[in-house]
Design a protein around this ligand. Structure first.
Ligand code: FAD
Length: 442
């Protein structure tokens, strides 16, 4: 069987690999000039760095197994993470139960409430019962206003901006599950969280994956955007692509898998029935807007710093070199300044250099010694469709991987549920949809 795949991110590449291993021929078309989609990298200090910070949790078994299968297991590092909250002019460590006890911005009662509610969610298995609730209301009701205002409210705003109050409770449940899974079971649950990173960067994982797809008879074409999906008699039969010379070329396939965001998909296949399109349109996305500073000195000792201070115009500071060693990037210190924004946000529309200027004065609040002379280089990336906003009662609205058009399949991050999107789930989904395609073909 010949399968045409749109997108060389984690889902498309995992599907192509699975199909190749089963003896089918997968051809991947990617509009960008690089592999990896949202987990792609760029060059910094002689190393490769993800456009948006990336790590793995110990529960991310699908991608970790894939990394091992590709022979990159020895490159996987599991590193104790340092997580903090910046609140009221101070950085608080937020990793161990002892850190929670020392977290004085919350009253003693609220600290216990936070601990108890976290434990409750962690042990709660039936996430479907949480589906009718939005996270912000549930947290306020059960953990209280204090906990919401200081800890989890800023986390929700950090991830979802103005849409913080639409997010369904299963998203929050999923976050607690993955973060605690990364600490181990039982007494080990009291340990520090360990996060994983493939030390050759995610780019190496995608490159080896591409090699293996090629060896199995598949193909990966970069800088080759798909313009439309060919549909004949209610069945997908091919892809119209723009080749490297800018010519429109049509290729025939037995089945087509699209891994594009939901808003792109109907543009490629206008004959998609309206009820399916309606499901796709129910989910909005936020873009990740990242300013990346290459610094002479570290800003802090924390890898992941949540900013719970609304006078600061960014929501997270992720210092990559407090996670992996600066020697990976020529001895430089790497800091992501992160925001998730929609198109109506002034910060989303700001020129990159203006955004940098907007951010710089606030870095002194985190470290008063910070000086702009520390900045040796800076980079700006806007990752579209970075975070789908998944609301309450979503399972009834989840678009099926098998679309109403025969031989046409969709696998994108809006179909990852109840977990939050992540490379692991895209790999799992890619393999799953490859299985569906093979089942349907017999
Ligand atoms: C800032 C940020 C931080 C993140 N942090 C983590 C993390 O720490 N750990 C983790 O596991 N995950 C993380 N993620 C999420 C993870 O990167 C994604 O969930 C995952 O990579 C999505 O893979 P995908 O294949 O489903 O989609 P994508 O990566 O979006 O791939 C889809 C591909 O389709 C291509 N495409 C679209 N339209 C066309 C067209 N018409 N023709 C051809 N190609 C097309 C796109 O260019 C893209 O390459 C993060 C994401 C972001 C943005």
């Amino acid at each position: 069987m010949r399968v045409g795949i749109i997108g060389a991110g984690a889902a498309g590449m995992a599907a192509a690999f699975a199909l190749g291993k089963a003896g089918h021929q997968a051809t991947v078309y990617e509009g960008a000039s690089f592999l990896g989609g949202q987990a792609s990298t760029f060059d910094v200090g002689g190393g490769r760095l993800e456009r948006g910070y990336h790590h793995l949790f110990t529960s991310d078994t699908d991608i970790v197994d894939l990394i091992h299968e590709l022979g990159l297991g020895p490159k996987m590092a599991w590193i104790e993470s340092t997580v903090g909250i910046f609140y009221d002019g101070k950085i608080y460590n937020f990793v161990t139960p002892a850190d929670l006890l020392r977290f004085t911005p919350l009253s003693l009662i609220d600290r216990f409430r936070l601990g108890l509610v976290t434990l409750y969610i962690r042990r709660y298995k039936d996430w479907r019962k949480l589906e009718p609730f939005v996270a912000s209301e549930w947290i306020r009701k059960y953990a209280g206003k204090g906990v919401y205002d200081v800890v989890w409210g800023p986390l929700l705003r950090g991830k979802f901006g103005a849409h913080y109050d639409k997010v369904g409770m299963p998203w929050f449940w999923g976050k607690i599950q993955t973060r605690f899974a990364s600490r181990g079971k039982g007494l080990k649950g009291m340990q520090r969280e360990r996060l994983g990173y493939p030390m050759g960067s995610f780019a190496e994982v995608f490159e080896v994956l591409e090699q293996r797809i090629n060896e199995l008879g598949g193909e990966v074409h970069l800088s080759t955007p798909v313009r439309s999906i060919v549909v004949e008699d209610g069945r997908a039969t091919g892809l119209e692509v723009l080749d490297s010379g800018g010519n429109s070329v049509t290729h025939s396939f037995d089945a087509v898998l699209s891994t594009t965001p939901s808003y792109v998909f109907p543009r490629l296949v206008p004959s998609l029935p309206q009820d399916y399109v309606d499901k796709l349109q129910r989910v909005d996305y936020l873009a990740a807007v990242l300013v990346i500073l290459v610094l002479k000195e570290p800003l802090s000792k924390i890898y992941w710093l949540n900013i719970a201070d609304r006078s600061i115009p960014f929501v997270g500071l992720i210092e990559q070199t407090n996670f992996v060693d600066p020697s990976m990037y020529g001895g430089k210190h790497i800091l992501y300044i992160s925001n998730y924004l929609d198109e109506s946000s002034p910060l989303f529309n700001m020129k990159d250099s203006d955004l940098l200027e907007e951010y710089i004065p606030h870095l002194k609040k985190i470290n008063p010694r910070f000086d702009r002379s520390w900045i040796e280089e800076w980079h700006y990336h806007k990752v579209a469709a970075a975070q789908p906003i998944i609301g309450a009662n979503y399972s009834a609205q989840l678009p099926d991987h098998r679309t109403p058009i025969k031989s046409l399949y969709l696998a994108n991050t809006t179909q990852v549920y109840p977990e939050d999107r992540g490379t692991n789930y895209s790999v799992r989904m890619g393999k799953h949809v490859a299985d569906l395609i093979m089942q349907d073909f017999v």
